[in-house]
Design a protein around this ligand. Structure first.
Ligand code: 13P
Length: 284
C-alpha cells in the first residue's frame, strides 16, 4: 500500500517543480474516484478531508475507507486534514493515521497561532506526520471585492512563523480565495518566490478552482508544490448527478448515477493532474 508521508510527496514535487493535486473529497465515491484518476495517470496525489466531513463520517469509518481504497492503488498517496482550527480533531486524525494536517489558527493572533502550531508540529512528528501552516486565512470568492490586498502579514512575519514553528508547507494569501472566482484573480506570485527563497519550503496554493493554466504553471514553477482543489470536485460531482437525472428522468437505479458521477470526478481530477505536471511522476 503506497501511503507515503506528505512531505515525501511534496519535497519531490518541489525539487522537480511540478504540482501535486491536493483534492478535497466529500464521500466514499469521490475518494475512490480521485485515487483511481491518480492511478490511471501514474501520479502522486493528496486526498484532503474537511473537518465537517470528518465529523460527519467519523474518524474510524473515514480512515477504514481510506485504507481500503488507498490499498487498491500503486501510486504514492497521502491523506491530509484541510483547514482545521480544532485541536481535538487534529489529535484524533493524527492518532488514527492521517499523513498531514493544516492547523488553521488564522483567526487567532499570529503569536498564539505560532505557540499552538509548535505544539501541533511536535504532536505530528510523534506519528511521522506533517503540518501545513497558515496565518492569514482565506476569503470565499463571494466575499471578494476585487480590491483585496493579498498581503495581510509582512514577509518577515511569515518567515518568522515558518522558522519558529517548523511547518513543512505554508499556505500564504496571495489574492486567492475558496470557491468559484467571478473573474480571473490577481495573484501576487512574487510573494510565493519570496517565501520559497527565504525559507526553502514548498508553498500550498489554495483556491485552485478557476485559476488559469498560466497561473498554475507560473506558481508551480515558483514553488507551489501542493495545489488545492475543492470546488471543482463539488461541481463535477453534483452537476453530473443533476445531468444524469435530467437525461434519465424516472431512473432511480443508484449505481447508474454513481457511475456517471465517478466518471465526472475522475475526469476533473485527471484534468488537474495533467495541468499541474504530475502525470507519470509516481515513483512507487
Ligand atoms: P477551491 O474550492 O477554490 O478549489 O479551493 C480549495 C482549497 O483551497 C481547499 O483548502
Amino acid at each position: 500500500m503506497p501511503i507515503v508521508p506528505t512531505k515525501e510527496i511534496l519535497d519531490r514535487a518541489f525539487a522537480e517543480r511540478y504540482g501535486v493535486a491536493a483534492i478535497n473529497v466529500v464521500n466514499d465515491l469521490t475518494m475512490e474516484a480521485v485515487l483511481a484518476a491518480a492511478e490511471e495517470l501514474r501520479a502522486p496525489v493528496i486526498v484532503q478531508t474537511s473537518v465537517k466531513h470528518v465529523k460527519m463520517t467519523g474518524v474510524d469509518a473515514m480512515y477504514a475507507m481510506w485504507s481500503a481504497y488507498a490499498g487498491r492503488v500503486s501510486v504514492p498517496v497521502a491523506l491530509h486534514l484541510d483547514h482545521c482550527p480544532e485541536r481535538e480533531v487534529i489529535s484524533a486524525c493524527l492518532a488514527k493515521g492521517w499523513n498531514s494536517v493544516l492547523f488553521d489558527a488564522s483567526k487567532l493572533s499570529v503569536e498564539e497561532n505560532k505557540r499552538q502550531c509548535v505544539e501541533v508540529v511536535a504532536e505530528a512528528r510523534r506519528y511521522g506526520a506533517h503540518v501545513e501552516g497558515e496565518i492569514e486565512g482565506f476569503k470565499r470568492t463571494e466575499e471578494m471585492t476585487g480590491n483585496e490586498v493579498a498581503e495581510e502579514q509582512s514577509l518577515e512575519t511569515v518567515i518568522d512563523f515558518i522558522r519558529s514553528t517548523g511547518v513543512d508547507v505554508f499556505a500564504p494569501a496571495i489574492g486567492n480565495a475558496h470557491g468559484m472566482y467571478k473573474t480571473t484573480p490577481h495573484l501576487d506570485s512574487q510573494r510565493v518566490s519570496d517565501i520559497v527563497e527565504a525559507t526553502g519550503i514548498p508553498v500550498a496554493l489554495h483556491g485552485g478552482t478557476g485559476m488559469t493554466p498560466e497561473q498554475f504553471s507560473d506558481l508551480i514553477a515558483r514553488g507551489c508544490a501542493k495545489v488545492n482543489i475543492s470546488t471543482a470536485l463539488k461541481i463535477a460531482f453534483m452537476q453530473s448527478g443533476y445531468d444524469f437525472m435530467t437525461e434519465h428522468a424516472g431512473d432511480y437505479d443508484p449505481p447508474k448515477i454513481f457511475t456517471a458521477q465517478r466518471a465526472a470526478v475522475m475526469e476533473m481530477a485527471k484534468h488537474h493532474i495533467r495541468l499541474f505536471g504530475s502525470e507519470g511522476k509516481a515513483w512507487t
